[in-house]
Design a protein around this ligand. Structure first.
Ligand code: SDX
Length: 430
């Protein structure tokens, strides 16, 4: 793995050689795993800005060029030509499936789309207006109580079955959380529909009349799921890996990923963007909100802008922006004012020195909510949509980590800044 050396000298005359490694592409990494043993020091990197936590062959991002590859395939090509399950197979197994492999994978996923009937009672334990992400965290975390036959994480076949179950059941659980929210009966999955059409049917069909998912809407969901499927070691994927490193069961690990994704700094941003656009309301207010975003004394941030890795355009945002017009025009959606406002907001921000200097561009969350709304999906379900798609990335990384012979429990250290050692003070003397 290593081919170059970096010499390090520290206090008390201590020195060591650090090995450098270069992956297929991307920055070289310095192996510091023996640093503390050899030099008695830790590294310090809040937010892991310069830290590689693992080796992975799943996704590559070049933040400066604005490039994103799934198993080497540029996102633009997959977005244009693949189905979501085509991409799911690619992320899980490393290559695009042949016809027969894809057909078998689609059959397996279809076979697992139902959820245990008693799980429906769990939904009733939530107040009707519970946020769907709260429901998702709870219900997904409970799955290990139902699927005892695939919980031996040391058995590769169990791991694969759990991965298939997670991918298959997320749309069913997501649609059920929506139906609970709107007080409508759950709609069962249908084996005659593909993954995205099945999801739209479970979301919007009712027992009262025939419902056929709009092919344009299904095409848009397929695209959005592909764009959100994976993104290397982001916060929620790293959460799944850290939870998995303790050998927790896969359902608990995915539930931890859902919880992390919910934050407005991460996947919760798509919902926050729509709330921000609705609060801005009109292009005449843009300057006021841009000023607030720049004001260090104001906690307001331009939601959907900025990214830890992309210091250029997020290729996913570029694709979604393009599709917005197509979807809104063809769905004769009423939300074109929101899209016009978003486009104007981007235009103003991109001309402002503050955003230019900090390389703050629209990210994947800036435009996605506009399309979701045009499809009839409410704001509170936007991050749930993200979670359905990202489940594929989460389980792919979980499987990769569990297959890694170097895998061990993740246990970062710290810089202690608390009190020095001191004696207990009895209550009467405090
Ligand atoms: C996702 O990691 C991934 O890959 C995530 C994701 C994925 O697919 O998994 O891509 C999905 O989470 C996209 C990001 C969605 N979040 C948002 O849109 C929320 C708004 N953006 C930010 O809060 C922020 O940009 C982050 C969280 C995305 C990135 O934070 P960083 O890398 O820690 O950057 P930072 O907070 O240190 O900001 C650097 C500077 C600061 O100014 P200075 O202190 O240098 O003066 O940029 C400023 C920040 O104040 N800044 C913003 C801003 N984002 C950064 N100022 C105003 N508005 C913003 N949105």
């Amino acid at each position: 793995m290593f081919d170059k050396i970096m010499k390090l000298s520290g206090a008390e005359g201590r020195s060591m050689e650090l090995k450098l490694h270069k992956g297929t592409v991307g920055p070289e990494v310095v192996d510091i795993s023996s640093l503390y043993r050899e030099m008695g020091v830790f590294t310090y990197d809040p937010g892991f800005v310069s830290t590689a936590s693992c080796q992975s062959a799943i996704t590559y991002i070049d933040g400066d060029k604005g490039e994103l590859w799934y198993r080497g395939y540029p996102i633009e090509q997959l977005a244009e030509r693949a189905s979501f399950l085509d991409v799911a197979y690619l992320l899980l197994y490393g290559d695009l499936p042949q016809q027969s492999q894809l057909a078998e994978f689609e059959r397996i996923i279809r076979y697992h789309t139902m959820i245990n009937e008693t799980l429906k009672n769990f939904f009733n334990g939530f107040h009707y207006d519970a946020h769907p992400m709260a429901v998702m965290v709870g219900v997904v975390g409970s799955l290990s109580a139902f699927y005892h036959d695939s919980l031996d994480i040391h058995d590769p076949r169990h791991r694969e079955v759990s991965a298939h179950r997670m991918i298959a059941k997320m749309p069913t659980i997501a649609a059920a959380s929506y139906k609970h929210n709107v007080g409508e009966p759950f709609i069962y999955p249908r084996n005659d529909l593909d993954y995205c059409a099945n999801f739209m049917n479970m979301m919007f069909a009712t027992p009262c009349e025939e419902y056929a998912p709009d092919p344009l809407a299904v095409k848009a969901v397929n695209l959005l799921f592909i764009l959100h499927a994976d993104h290397e070691q982001n916060a929620s994927t790293s959460t799944v890996r850290l939870a998995g490193s303790s050998q927790a069961n896969p359902f608990a690990c995915i539930a931890s990923g859902i919880a992390s994704l919910w934050g407005p700094a991460h996947g919760g941003a798509n919902e926050a963007v729509l709330e921000m656009l609705q609060e801005i309301g009109d292009a005449s207010n843009i300057d006021k909100y841009i000023a607030r975003a720049k004001d260090k004394d104001d906690p307001f941030r331009l939601m959907g802008f900025g990214h830890r890795v992309y210091k250029n355009h997020d290729p996913r945002a570029t694709i979604i922006r393009k599709v917005c017009h197509e979807v809104l025009d063809n769905m004769d959606a009423k939300d074109s004012p929101l899209l016009e406002l978003a486009l104007r907001l981007e235009e103003v921000a991109m001309q402002d020195e503050y955003f230019i200097e900090r390389k703050l561009y629209p990210n994947v969350d800036f435009y996605s909510g506009i399309i979701y709304r045009a499809l009839g999906i409410p704001n509170s379900m936007f991050t749930v949509m993200f979670a359905i798609a990202r489940t594929v990335g989460w389980v792919a990384h979980w499987m990769e980590m569990m297959d890694d012979p170097q895998q061990r429990i993740g246990r970062p250290r710290q810089v202690y800044t608390g009190a020095g050692k001191r004696e207990y003070v009895p209550l009467g003397q405090r």
